[in-house]
Design a protein around this ligand. Sequence first.
Ligand SMILES: [Zn+2]
Ligand SMILES: [Zn+2]
Length: 432
Amino acid sequence: MLRDEFTISQLAIPAVSFLISFLAYTSQYFFLHFESAPLLKDEAWKINIFASCIWICYFRACFVNPGRLPSGSKSSGLDQAEKDSATGRHRWCRRCEACKPPRAHHCKTCKRCIPKMDHHCPWTSNCVSHFTFPHFIRFLFYAVVGMGYLETLLWERGSIVWKSRDLPSYLGPSVGQLIHLFLLFVVNSMTVFALFILLVRSLWSLVFNTTTIESWEIERHETLVRRARVLGGYLEGPGGKKIPIRKQEFPYDIGIWSNIKNGMGGSANIISWFWPLAATPDRMTGWEFEINDFEDPGVSWPPPDPDRIPLPAVSLAAEDGSELLKTYSSAREEVEAFRRRQAEDLARTRPFSEIQRRKRFHERYKQEDRRDSDDERGPRPIYGDQSDGGEESWRNAEGERLQDFGVDEEAEFYDEDDVPLGVLLKQRNQGQ
Ligand SMILES: [Zn+2]
Ligand SMILES: [Zn+2]
């Protein structure tokens, strides 16, 4: 469509470009006209080299394709389903109608599953993924180094102005220059501080091979383990099903060197990690990831979460998977069973509008308590009425919920272990 609705996010790339230009180029204009300490040649070189690196890395972080499932995704999805069935785990994306590879998540903005999704970055209007992470972290690196350098130059000029504050004003810089210097200093300091924190976080992710989303999942897992410890090793899933919860190791941390190498696109050449024009990771990678051997082969990531298990009506359909192996006494019975499964299958592909979110754990827990002491009032619903207030909106210590990383929360929470029957049937037929 030509006339897409205007959103504030469309201003992100122009705004960042304006910021880079303001800091990199108007600062040089200021230094050239600042008589007490005019710009030196090598200072100008350094500023412009850093600025070029920032531009290249920023535009690559914005415009390199964060990846999509291969075009034959349906068939490769089946391969994935087969592989997953070996570990007893199916990850199915209902929005993409395809199997979800390990570490992939469905991005709300990109509207598809993104391989090794880290987060959808509002400032690049792009996903930070297996393919764009190296560009993104190089951008942060050059931005922090470049702006750190600019900060020292601004500091130098600022201290000269401060020292000459008692001299007659006509000897010093003009009011316009003073305002310009002040603005450059404030904007540069604030930006470099924010980006420095983001760089440290991203380096942490790189060293431990953990995406931002996975850090959230690790924290969530720790919370569930704590809850389960109090409740005897189990948590209650929808329909009263007891889900065993035990501490699980994060599987993708395979050692610092390999983590960094794989995160930077697989090259062991350290110089290429810093090279702004380095190649984007091979498009054949990003669907499978090496794992450490801390866990049994049957254990997969993310760990089980009772709130990610489909609601009772849906889980009935999932249990019906066992019917695949059933024998029927008559053809009519088999046809009926098939129709029933088809209808249930259809119900599962319905839009998410009817999803009822489970209440938050602590509310449910308190409710259980009250029910024990106050029996005659009868059971109360365990589902919340607020469409946005359920367990999915669980927040980590920093107050972030999954949605804050750009993930489609509903697709994420209700598609676990949920490969539609049609696909399983097809898979079985192919196997025969
Ligand atoms: Zn998807
Ligand atoms: Zn995205």
